[in-house]
Design a protein around this ligand. Structure first.
Ligand code: ZN
Length: 77
């Protein structure tokens, strides 16, 4: 049986149905037996649905420049 930390790593692919049938079945069995991971996957699904429903806005050139100016200089690290 998969461990809880493995479910955390597979949850996104599980929801996207990007798993083999064996992995999908293993995750499904774990979720049937583990309430914590079942809640985790339900929260992940809720988050995905909320984000998908959000209105997307493009940043203006000025906003993008302000954000880039706040980033650390990669040449100094
Ligand atoms: Zn679990």
């Amino acid at each position: 049986m998969l461990k809880c930390n493995e479910i955390a790593n597979l949850a996104s692919d599980y929801l996207d149905k990007n798993l083999s049938w064996k992995e999908y079945f293993s995750v499904k069995m774990h979720l049937f037996m583990c309430g914590h991971c079942k809640r985790f996957v339900q929260h992940l699904l809720s988050t995905i649905r909320v984000v998908q429903g959000m209105e997307r806005q493009l940043a203006t050139t000025g906003e993008t420049e302000n954000i880039v100016a706040c980033l650390p200089d990669k040449n100094q690290t």
